[in-house]
Design a binder for this molecule. Structure first.
Ligand code: BT5
Length: 254
């Protein structure tokens, strides 16, 4: 395992990176390491994944050249509070991508877009210790740096194409940029609250006031995206006038 430990990378204090050529899923591997006692702020990155995972049992297309990275955190918080880390991840990714282009946006809840196409996604996985006591959380982030699938229901893109073929930053440099940003945003979340994260994220959020379709496991709904609440829920005004606060789903533009 120590073979995978990377020393020549400039990360904020406390972070340790483990880099692999290929893994089934960086989230799954980091969960195993977490179970064997790896520390808060351990990071697993793979150059490719053979079984990359999305949310709700979906898969994440994981070809070489893109970023597949997972962060382990052991905050002393409830499960509900830990879920807020998805917004921490989104804001950090949006801030990093904004160093390359001003076309970055966020589509609720965690999709990061360039020119309204999906370039990145976030998958949180938790382990509980007792009823509502968090043992750890794994924050998985995928960023399409050089390629993207072309057959997804929501259109995808990659950073290199959006920069007209001019992306040439190496993997360790991207990991440094992202980890620095994650540390900054995580510290704000840890010290203050979700509201300051969401205020920043709202600068990137698109779709407010627009007609959307929300697709979710329990059924689809159409309406106007009114707002994102201070807890990160999506407020939908349905076509029948009813207002609902939604915690899980995928947004499609109408
Ligand atoms: C996500 O899920 O967007 C979360 C993706 C998290 C991936 C990271 S990579 C590192 C870590 N290890 C893992 O195993 N996973 C995490 P979701 O919102 O469910 O989006 C998945 C859907 O997006 C799929 O059903 C496809 O339609 C589409 N999709 C799949 N691969 C994609 C890609 N590379 N780029 C854009 N869209 C993609």
């Amino acid at each position: 395992m120590s073979d995978n430990k990377v020393q020549n990378v400039d990360l904020p204090k406390g972070y340790q990176l483990y880099l692999f050529d290929e893994l089934p899923s960086t989230n799954d591997h980091l969960k195993e390491l977490a179970d064997s006692g790896y520390a808060h702020k351990s990071i697993v990155c793979a150059r490719s994944q053979s079984k990359g995972k999305g949310r709700l049992g979906r898969s994440w297309v994981s070809a070489k050249g893109n970023l597949f990275i997972s962060y382990l955190f052991r905050p002393d918080v409830t499960l509900e509070k830990a879920g807020e880390l998805s917004f921490v991840a989104s804001l950090a990714v949006a801030n990093v991508l904004s160093k390359f282009t001003d076309k970055v946006a966020c589509k609720w809840p965690n999709d990061i877009l360039i020119n309204r196409k999906k370039v990145s996604g976030v998958l949180l996985e938790t382990k509980l210790n007792g009823e509502n006591n968090l043992e750890y959380i794994v924050m998985g982030i995928g960023i399409n740096l050089r390629t993207n699938p072309t057959d997804t229901p929501y259109q995808a893109t990659n950073l290199n194409d959006e920069l007209g073929g001019k992306f040439n930053t190496d993997l360790l440099k991207i990991i440094e940029l992202l980890t620095n940003e994650i540390e900054t945003v995580y510290t704000i979340w840890n010290n203050e609250s979700l509201s300051s994260i969401l205020d920043n994220l709202r600068r990137y959020m698109i779709g407010i006031g627009e007609k959307i379709e929300i697709r979710r496991p329990t059924g689809n709904d159409k309406g106007i995206l009114l707002n994102i609440t201070d807890k990160g829920l999506l407020v939908l005004e349905k076509t029948n006038g009813e207002i609902e606060e939604i915690s899980v789903g995928d947004v499609f533009w109408q």
